[in-house]
Design a protein around this ligand. Structure first.
Ligand code: KIV
Length: 285
C-alpha cells in the first residue's frame, strides 16, 4: 500500500494525466479497506443519512453525526485525501429562511479539520454558496464544489432528476463550475449531468471534475460505497454499478450461523477453550 498521503496538489496535478478515484466511507473498517486499495479520495458523505442511518433524506444529518463518523474514517486512513461533507444547515439557508452566515460556515468547516482530522470539505451548490465558499477558502480550508443534482436542495431542482438537460440549464451549470473554479475550489463533483455537458465542463476547467452519473469524460469518478458493494437495497440509481452483492452474502452468512447454532454445530471444538479433566473433576467434587 502507498502510505504517502494524497494532497490537494496531487489531485489538481492529476488532471489530464490519470483518472482520479473517490468513494464514500463512514466507519473505520470500510475506510481502512478503501484506503489500502489505493483510492485517491475518501468522502465522509452526508449519504450517511440514507445508507447507514436509515433516514429518508441527507437533510436529516447534522454536524454531530458527520463529525462522529468522520473521526472513525480518519482514524483508519493513511493514504487517501479525506473529505468532510458539510451537512445541510451547517453552511446554507434553512427551510425556515434562516441563513447560515459565512462566519458560522467557516466555524463548521474548521470543525471537520480540527475535530475530525479531515483534509478538506465539500459543499453542495445553493443560491448563495459563492459567498460561503469564498470565506471557507480564504480561511485556508480547501473546498471541493458539488453541482448538478445536489440532494440537500433536490426539492428546489424538481426532485432527484438529471440536471442540465436543456441548453439554458446546461449553461447555468457551466457558469456555476467556472465560478467555483475562479473562487479557488480544487475540484468539483458533477452529479447526474448528461455526459456531453460534463465533458464540456471538464474541458473548460483546469481543476478536476469528479463524476457521479456524469459519464466517462470526467477527470475522476465517485460512488457511494454502500451502493457499489450492494449494501444498500432501498433503491439503486441508474449510474451505480454493483461490483459485489454484499447484502446477499451477509444474509447467507447470518442464516448459516442461525442454523448451526440451532443445530448445536457451532461452536465446534476449534472455537472452544478446554481444561484438563482432572481440574474439572476437582470442581465437581
Ligand atoms: O454524500 C455523498 O455521498 C455525496 C456523493 C454522492 C458525491 O455527496
Amino acid at each position: 500500500m502507498d502510505t504517502q498521503k494524497v494532497t490537494v496538489s496531487d489531485i489538481r496535478e492529476a488532471k489530464g494525466k490519470r483518472k482520479l478515484t473517490m468513494l464514500t466511507a463512514y466507519d473505520y473498517p470500510l475506510a481502512s479497506l478503501i484506503d489500502k486499495a489505493g483510492i485517491d479520495m475518501i468522502l465522509v458523505g452526508d449519504s450517511l443519512a440514507n445508507v447507514v442511518l436509515g433516514l429518508q433524506s441527507t437533510t436529516q444529518v447534522g454536524m454531530t453525526e458527520m463529525l462522529h463518523h468522520a473521526r472513525a474514517v480518519t482514524r483508519a486512513v493513511k493514504h487517501a485525501l479525506v473529505i468532510g461533507d458539510m451537512p445541510y444547515g451547517s453552511y446554507q439557508a434553512l427551510p425556515d429562511g434562516r441563513q447560515v452566515m459565512p462566519a458560522e460556515s467557516v466555524k463548521n468547516a474548521k470543525r471537520f479539520i480540527d475535530e475530525a482530522n479531515c483534509d478538506v470539505v465539500k459543499l453542495e451548490w445553493f443560491d448563495k454558496c459563492l459567498d460561503v465558499t469564498k470565506e471557507i477558502i480564504n480561511s485556508g480550508i480547501p473546498v471541493m464544489g458539488h453541482i448538478g443534482l445536489t440532494p440537500q436542495t433536490a426539492d428546489k431542482l424538481g426532485g432527484f432528476k438529471v440536471q442540465g438537460k436543456d441548453a439554458q440549464a446546461a449553461q447555468r451549470l457551466i457558469k456555476q463550475a467556472e465560478d467555483l473554479e475562479k473562487l479557488g475550489c480544487f475540484a468539483i463533483v458533477l452529479e447526474c449531468v448528461p455526459d456531453k455537458i460534463a465533458e464540456i465542463i471538464t474541458q473548460k476547467l483546469s481543476i478536476p471534475t469528479i463524476g457521479i452519473g456524469a459519464g466517462v469524460a470526467c477527470d475522476g469518478q465517485v460512488l457511494v460505497s454502500y451502493d457499489m458493494l450492494g449494501l444498500f437495497e432501498r433503491f439503486t440509481p441508474k449510474f451505480v454499478k454493483k461490483y459485489i452483492n454484499l447484502s446477499e452474502q451477509i444474509f447467507s452468512a447470518v442464516k448459516a450461523y442461525k442454523s448451526e447454532v440451532e443445530k448445536g454445530e457451532f461452536p465446534a471444538k476449534e472455537h472452544t477453550f478446554s481444561i484438563k479433566q482432572e481440574e474439572v473433576d476437582k470442581v465437581k467434587k
